[in-house]
Design a protein around this ligand. Structure first.
Ligand code: ATP
Ligand code: MG
Length: 553
């Protein structure tokens, strides 16, 4: 697929670092296992793993599991599966920040010994008061000048579980007058009597992200620690931690942090907290509901790793936040599916036709192309007979000259089959159209004398006696386009899922497997649902429509 890769300022930095003698490019993707990954994470994954691939380097998968309350092994497993599905390989085994708990502790003790950290008893509220504001400096904590001995003893007592949650914290002793609030004696350890998904009850104190992250990076030998823009103001603290521990810890590398803009897509939720709420409240069918912008949801819906990777390439990496058109992601998806999805004829809203001059009981098998973009894939067989289904909307009793589909007395071509003409409309007592009686021209099939006879419209169809019943889920955004200030739950789209039962598919679909992708002619791209579909009861998710408005420049 020809998508031009846009600018990537991190690569530009790496180019310079390599020119200046950098030996190894080593990145990491550090998700917190407190939810499933979403499309925003895909950008970070493509960036971090992509930088490693492009520069012959390495990339770690590290679970940033320093907050025991929200973390779970279900999330660990899903994250690994998602990264692999996107087609990336992490270096060695996956890492866990929790494996470094002893090292974090040693580092904290060292800062205390060096007079650079202290145990503080201020309450959360007092701490807020002492912190100051953007325009006013903070005030020093009355506990700031505890002796090293006292701090060591108190920190050990914290570790030994002698205090309840919130009673004390360990803070770095930096500068309460710093213009950067992150540098005003930030908390680096807190007490949490909580069960951890890996370390169990071994610890009741846990390091803060700003302390654990730089140390984890340095332990792993990371060179470029890439994160999102909201951490820009935390970078001085990242550097402070590493600079003040370098001599003691003798880390294998001195990583540097670089920040890029988060991916935000219109009408799309890219917050694990909000996505979790949709799952917990049963608004969606789990994290992998095909409407969810999670990687597992997109996979179930029929997105391909190639499409997502191309999209991440196309949007580039920049330092300014901006919202990306969802249409761009759909564009990348269509490009891929158009080349690779098998063609199929499925009727979503069936209207029965009897072809009165076709022999009763006869079925003939016709050739249908698998994908016109790949003629080498050849054809598959579809049955044709006296009774078929077309879409209800492909027939109109009264229509103007622009309606090139079927109307009384007029002809259309049935794709891969014959030209038919509508002779009679059958209605029920209420006046609803329930059937059409048509006649066919037996000389108009491919290879026959009138195969090329021109009629304006071509319809997809399915032979009725061999048809399989299918359920098709038509999908739309979870959020309505017009979002105000309020809670996102007020903007849920009530029509994000429309279930069409009684759709009709050709019998070859019996072979369709979970995850198989199709272009239903004239109807869009669809994917076999991995949870509910069986050969006896096919269930498809609408992946994306055939056409969108977005055009690349
Ligand atoms: P959320 O806000 O959804 O909870 P998070 O940033 O807390 O996301 P993490 O598990 O900490 O989630 O994220 C792992 C990595 O993915 C981080 O480096 C983070 O910066 C990156 N990331 C998360 N969301 C986005 C996004 N929307 N665009 C780009 N990168 C993202
Ligand atoms: Mg986070």
């Amino acid at each position: 697929m020809s998508v031009t890769s846009t600018s990537n300022f991190v690569q530009a930095i790496i180019d310079e670092d390599i020119a200046n003698g950098a030996k190894e490019i080593y990145t990491r993707f550090p998700p917190e296992p407190n939810g499933y990954l979403h499309v925003g994470h895909a950008k970070s994954i493509c960036l971090n793993f992509g930088l490693a691939e492009r520069n012959n380097g390495k990339c770690n998968l590290r679970f940033d599991d320093t907050n025991p309350v929200k973390e779970d092994t279900e999330y660990v497993d899903s994250i690994k599966a998602d990264v692999e599905w996107l087609g990336f390989h992490w270096e060695g085994e996956e890492r866990y920040a929790s494996d470094y708990f002893p090292k974090f502790y040693e580092c904290a003790v060292q800062l205390i010994k060096d007079g650079k950290a202290f145990v503080c008893d201020l309450t959360a509220e007092e701490m807020r008061e002492y912190r100051g504001t953007l325009t006013e400096p903070g005030k020093e904590s009355p506990y700031r000048n505890r002796s090293v001995e006292e701090n060591l003893a108190l920190f050990e007592a914290m570790k030994n579980g002698e205090f309840p949650d919130g009673a004390k914290v360990l803070r770095a002793k930096i500068d309460m007058a710093s213009p950067n609030i992150n540098m005003r004696d930030p908390i680096i350890y807190r007490i949490a009597h909580a069960h951890h998904h890996r370390t169990g009850d071994a610890w009741c104190i846990y390091p803060m992200y700003d302390f654990a992250h730089p140390i984890s990076d340095a332990i792993e030998g990371i060179s470029h620690s890439v994160c999102t823009l909201e951490f820009e103001d935390h970078r001085p603290l990242y550097d402070w931690v590493l600079d003040n521990l370098a001599e003691f810890a003798q880390f294998p590398s001195r990583p540097h942090q670089y920040e890029f803009a988060r991916l935000e897509l219109n009408n799309t939720i890219t917050s694990k907290r909000k996505l979790k709420k949709l799952v917990d409240e049963g608004i969606v069918d789990g994290w992998d509901d095909p409407r969810m912008p999670t990687i597992s949801g997109m996979r179930r819906r029929g997105y391909t790793p190639e499409a997502i990777r191309n999209f991440c390439d196309m949007i580039g990496v920049s330092k300014s936040n901006s919202r990306v058109e969802f249409g761009m992601l759909e564009y990348c998806l269509r490009e891929d599916l158009n080349m690779n999805a098998r063609r199929a004829m499925v009727v979503l809203d069936p209207l029965k036709i009897t072809i009165t001059n076709y022999p009763e009981g006869q079925i003939e098998y016709l050739d249908a192309e698998i994908n016109p973009n790949k003629p080498e894939l050849g054809t598959y067989k579809i049955p044709f007979g006296r009774e078929i289904y077309i879409e209800q909307e492909d027939f109109k009793e009264e229509a103007n000259n622009k309606f090139f589909r079927l109307k009384p007395g007029k002809e259309v071509r049935l794709k891969h089959a014959y030209i038919i003409q509508c002779d009679e409309v059958v209605k029920d007592e209420a006046g609803n159209i329930i059937e059409l009686k048509c006649s066919y021209d037996p000389t108009t099939r491919s290879g026959m004398e009138n195969a090329n006879r021109k009629v304006k419209g071509t319809l997809h169809w399915v032979e009725a006696t061999t048809a399989l019943d299918a359920e098709v889920h038509m999908l739309d955004f979870l959020l309505l386009p017009e979002q105000g200030e309020g809670d996102f739950m007020e903007y849920l789209n009530p029509n994000s899922l429309v279930v069409k039962a009684g759709c009709k598919a050709t019998p070859d679909m019996k072979e369709a497997k979970a995850g198989d992708k199709f272009q239903f002619l004239r109807n869009g791209y669809f994917c076999v649902d991995s949870r509910y579909s069986t050969p006896e009861h096919l269930v498809f998710n609408e992946t994306v429509s055939l056409k969108g408005n977005y055009k690349p420049e």
